[in-house]
Ligand binder design. Sequence first.
Ligand code: ZN
Length: 241
Amino acid sequence: MRYAVVSDVHANIDSLQCVLSSIGSDDALVSLGDVVGYGPNPNECVAALRERATHAVLGNHDLAAVENFGVENFNPAARSAIGWTQQALGDDAKRWLNSLPYELRLPDFLLVHGAPVDYFEYILDKATAARAFERTDARIVFIGHTHIAEYWDRDDEGNIGHRHMQQGGELELEPGKRYIIDVGSVGQPRDLNPLACYVEYDADAGRVRWIRYEYPIAEVQRKMRAAGLPRYLADRLSAGR
Ligand code: ZN
């Protein structure tokens, strides 16, 4: 089985379309949440994932869009974008987002937006990763949330390894190791590479690939400005931060 894993699409339909047109029709499509927020096309992104995704979990921006949850912790640009998104989202799209679970457990992996159990925690260092491994027995945990493509592994003795995937790359899964795979962001990469990112997981081969790809950034920025979304949110797409 082969999975394409996307996260943090953030209403960027132009980037999501690039993923949809490059994956195989037999590939399962997994969404790790934050389908909406920041970008100009929330309804289109919900519709596309609703139709194509085989597995999907809830992100903090999705929850903020449907029930204003956690908005007090957002920075001013994010808060303004969520207000815009709440107005723009249709009832059907809201219902679908509201139906998503916080986690999905498949036999050999776990899907969450940020971290196991504490779903919206940010895993940004080895200490947080080590605690996250303690909270699940899943061999592989797929996460997004940070918009940074990277992974952590843990061996039998509890040693934690880490690698950034800023330029994309491949990981051969080793027996005896467990993994937290951060798939990066389709809609708003923040690891100083403006190329978007998703992950291809080949379960039979035991291989994970981070794929960095171009999408029409200028077109998305034009739509964001036309929609009146905060200028800073459009500008940051060119810098990948
Ligand atoms: Zn996000």
